[in-house]
Design a protein around this ligand. Structure first.
Ligand SMILES: Cc1cc2nc3c(=O)[nH]c(=O)nc-3n(C[C@H](O)[C@H](O)[C@H](O)COP(=O)(O)OP(=O)(O)OC[C@H]3O[C@@H](n4cnc5c(N)ncnc54)[C@H](O)[C@@H]3O)c2cc1C
Length: 511
């Protein structure tokens, strides 16, 4: 399904720190890990080889295995290979020494105590649906998967859920729904991504334009720090301002500050079924004008944009009868109570018509609405049928949305690459999808150029290089341009304070 960019990825700058010499796992001399910034580390049972690599004696891995439940530590190369990359298929992903599938907080603590003692990098991993190489494995490191940690308790009185990180987003929603409650954040990947990964990336989604993103629902966390200490932050309290906002610091930290082992989520009462509007436009500009006309006056429960290429790709995959001739389509929903939904939908229809929509369809049938929403969610896999993808996630303040979208069109023309655009338009968060042929090296280079230029454009418009997917490894080279030296320095100081030896997800967010 994935088509990794070969020979090098978009942000695959030669100096990528996780791109080190090959690891020799499982040979008779033991497992080898790179000595990155740890040349002075002295480890009992480890020796430094002539080529600058530290050789981890197999006994050390056995020591780790002995602290874990049987079968939690995996070294079978075929199994380990399945944990090297996330959905972005980072071509520079390393080969880990082992994978640990933790079953509880104590397992996570055991891994981090061992890793700290021996200077071994640890890459936390949820379900591996990330789109920025955040859980790309590191050569000689441990991939620490939380997929087996799946407990959930819903408390309808406080309207909270206490959940372990491995449960999928869709499963959290289902558990909440059994109590008449709702967990809103809904990444398009909600059926394949974990709640731990959502917290670690501060995931957004379709309904976030009205209901906010993951952090707005995280009341508390249990986090295991780099040295193996487990701390509890926040809790099932709707108001709590005691101390610094450390809970928020860990949300969105992409596995670089600690491993999330439990999340306390705020739930809200289930909303009424949504009414849906679909509008087709003869030009992209008219569709974007309609977005601004809608967001100026109301808060839709969803406001999504698809360009002609995305519509065509979804239509090829799903045969839904979408208007292939339209240059752009908007999909909007209202879940306002009672007659208010009808009024909101009518106002959105009017806004689209006044901006030049050629066809507008409205329905209060939830099943019809869900079919259109499923079409929107299917865009990434559908566009993948056209070629390999570099996925953008740039966002801008709303008034800059038209300039961003027209600028992306220009970049596509300048770089002679195809860029499909799909967007959570209501909050200015766009996903230009750069399509290329991985066997055409010239096109690979042009795609990589476009990848950088789109982020430069967003930054120039006062926007962000990532609205919801995270920086990971593929976008980290652009982070200094967005944040500036002072904020980068502050970020490094926080990282160093919490992870002084740099073992947690090295190479993600920061070089
Ligand atoms: C088809 C498709 C559609 C998508 N649509 C959206 C969307 O609409 N909105 C959106 O926000 N994202 C979207 N995504 C991206 C992705 O699903 C999210 O980023 C998701 O939050 C990742 O969750 P995961 O469990 O797969 O995490 P992973 O990919 O395994 O990890 C993501 C990051 O979190 C860290 N991490 C994971 N678990 C933990 C933990 N327990 N403790 C500490 N760090 C951890 C990893 O180290 C990594 O940096 C989409 C992806 C796909 C494939």
């Amino acid at each position: 399904m994935h088509h990794p960019v070969e020979p090098s990825g978009p942000a695959a700058r030669p100096e990528s720190p996780h791109r080190v010499a090959p690891v020799m796992c499982g040979d008779e001399r033991g497992h080898r890990i790179p000595l990155t910034q740890r040349a002075s580390l002295v480890v009992a049972g480890a020796a430094v080889a002539n080529d600058g690599f530290m050789t981890i004696d197999s006994d050390l891995l056995d020591d780790l295995a002995a602290t874990l439940p049987a079968g939690a530590l995996l070294t079978d190369p075929d199994v380990v290979a399945g944990y090297r990359q996330d959905w972005a298929a980072d071509p520079n992903a390393g080969t880990p020494l082992a994978v640990v599938r933790a079953t509880c907080t104590a397992d996570v603590q055991a891994v981090l105590r061992w890793a700290s003692a021996h200077g071994v990098p640890v890459v936390p991993r949820g379900a591996g649906s990330g789109l920025s190489g955040g859980s790309s494995a590191v050569d000689g490191g441990i991939v620490l998967s939380t997929e087996k940690m799946r407990a959930i308790t819903v408390d309808p009185v406080t309207r909270t859920a206490v959940v372990q990180p491995g449960l999928l987003n869709a499963e959290v929603k289902k558990a909440a729904a059994e109590h008449g409650l709702w967990y809103p954040p809904d990444p398009s990947s909600f059926e394949i991504c974990s709640i731990g990964g959502n917290a670690a990336t501060n995931a957004g989604g379709l309904c976030c334009v009205k209901y906010g993103v993951t952090t707005d629902y995280v009341l508390g966390l249990e986090v295991v720090l780099a040295d193996g200490t487990a701390v509890r932050l926040g809790g099932p309290r709707l108001k709590d301002v005691a101390g610094l906002s450390l809970t928020k610091l860990f949300v969105g930290s992409e596995g670089t500050l600690g491993v999330i082992t439990e999340i306390t989520l705020k739930l809200i009462p289930a909303q009424p079924p949504a009414s849906t509007m679909v509008a087709s436009f003869p030009t992209v500009e008219q569709a974007v004008d309609a977005v601004l006309a809608i967001t100026r006056t109301m808060r839709p429960a969803m406001l999504e944009f698809m360009d002609q290429a995305s519509i065509g790709a979804v239509e090829d995959a799903m045969r839904m009868g979408l208007d292939r001739s339209a240059q752009a389509m908007l999909l909007a929903q209202s879940d306002a109570p009672g007659a208010a939904a009808e009024q909101e939908i009518a106002a959105m229809v009017a806004a689209c018509e006044s901006c030049g929509a050629t066809e507008v369809f409205a329905t209060d049938d939830p099943a019809e609405g869900e079919a259109f929403t499923a079409a929107r969610r299917a865009v990434f896999p559908a566009v993948q049928a056209l070629g390999s993808l570099l996925l953008e996630d740039v966002g801008v303040p709303m008034q800059a949305l038209p300039t961003l979208i027209s600028g992306v069109e220009k970049i596509a023309a300048d770089c002679a690459v195809r860029i499909c655009v799909v967007a959570h338009a209501g909050d200015g968060n766009t996903h230009p999808l750069i399509v290329f042929d991985p066997d055409d090296q010239d096109e690979v280079r042009r795609a990589q150029r476009a990848f950088g230029e789109v982020m430069d454009l967003a930054i120039g418009l006062g926007g962000t290089i990532t609205g919801e997917h995270g920086v990971g490894r593929l976008k980290r080279d652009w982070l200094p341009e967005q944040l500036g030296p002072d904020v980068m320095d502050l970020t490094r100081r926080i990282k160093t304070a919490l992870d002084p030896d740099g073992i947690l997800n090295p190479g993600a967010i920061l070089t």
